[in-house]
Design a protein around this ligand. Sequence first.
Ligand code: UTP
Length: 489
Amino acid sequence: MQLPTDIADRLRTLDQPSIVQAWHSLDDQGQQRLLQQMRSIEWSLVSECLSLSKPGDPVPQAASLSWLHQARSPQALLMGSSSNHVLPCDALRTGRHALSRGAIGAILLAGGQGTRLRAHGPKGCYPIGPVSKASLYEILCGKLLAVARRYGRNVPLAVMTSCATDDDTRQYFENHSFFGLNSHHVFFFCQQEVPVLHATDKQFMLETPDHIAMAPDGHGGMLTSLAHRGGLDWFVSKGVEQLVSFQVDNPLIEPLSAEFLGYHLLSKAEMTTQVVRKENPRERVGVIVERDRTFQIVEYSDLPHLIADERLSNGCLRFSCGSIAVHCFDISFMIRMSHNRSALPFHVVHKAVPLLLSNGTIQVPENPNALKFERFIFDLLPQAERVSVVEVDRNNCFAPLKNPLGSQSDGPEHVQRSMLAKARAMMESAGVHVDDGIPIEIDCAHILDVDDIPHFIAPGTRMTAPTVVGRSIPISITVSETFHKTQGN
Ligand code: UTP
């Protein structure tokens, strides 16, 4: 079959001869499949991305960082601190009021391919609970359920998936009865995809001989996809005024903390973002920087080491606010931004993508070999009229799952250790003693905070067996067994 002229013209304009060659080597059925895929590609996005990756061009975001020399770390509101210009008790009262009015909605970003974790299926299905083996989805939905119970209002939740995760995610929610959430208050939407390019010759990569390798358009794809698929209208119809977005890979997260929401509301911010103090200069988190009341997040991979290492005279890092990707948006800001086509530009991201060799075998590279194109949701920060930054305690709020078991950082064992430590600290605060070495997990669906613990365990109790607090029956398996079992998944 001849390649249809419109597609052939497009490929010529985009300088993609290798895909034309691949086409000619296919049989009829293969050509049909490849044609069908090419007909579904959003070519305007592809042109935008390719314009970022012309051979020899500098990586655009790295080139524009000279202004960092005049920037500083923003003044963050510290959770629980009475030295904030907004008092924690006022923030709490305001946040609680908003939750009890049903004015808060949530967006769970779960479209990533989770390549580093190398687990089968969507990352959200990963059984991370150190005692319960609850999945990330169960834990995160549990947190929304606990909020809904406490405040007597459903929290509308939009879940962003991608082609890689959509079917499995929807099925997983169905199979688990939406983890107790009201299914009418859950909205799935699938983000867009763009082709992946070879890093060297900038040609499309093939996933199979008749399928171009595609990747989701980054967590920033959330804005357009949510708007196009009717998600913003859906939130408005549910009475939502503020939206909190968060990532699927952090089970410690406290996205709907009433105090956090209160700071956002009382600061009259269009966007408020949670940060932790960076642990070390090279920690792999984006930093928030401020210049002339304009805020921006600079990805760790774009922050030159010399700048990342800089310290102030008091010894603190010059850029110390590490983003944990929990953002609260005024919904009218989101709606305004959804009409602004240039609000979220594409970034080039270097990733390791499996390579189809000419002999038909797949090679999984150790190092980045490909260019992906992603939008970053935090690029909305500089567009917001008013921004506030809230510093949270990393021990309570940050343990991302990025890497497989046995990695040096951000692996399942690190995340589970953090979950156990947080649960132990909560039990101690509730006056419950946990014997050394006994793993305790909190059932997030039933325990929103320390105040809920006495409903399940009386102060003064001594815990001597592995337990999921919030579930009535202690679970008698050890943590090392759990590690072992998750390894097989
Ligand atoms: P990461 O950038 O860590 O990517 O995503 P990832 O897909 O989880 O993992 P790798 O890089 O392939 O190993 C951070 C968060 O943003 C979401 C992810 O699902 C995760 O919650 N995300 C990322 C999306 O929703 N869509 C994307 O296109 C990219």
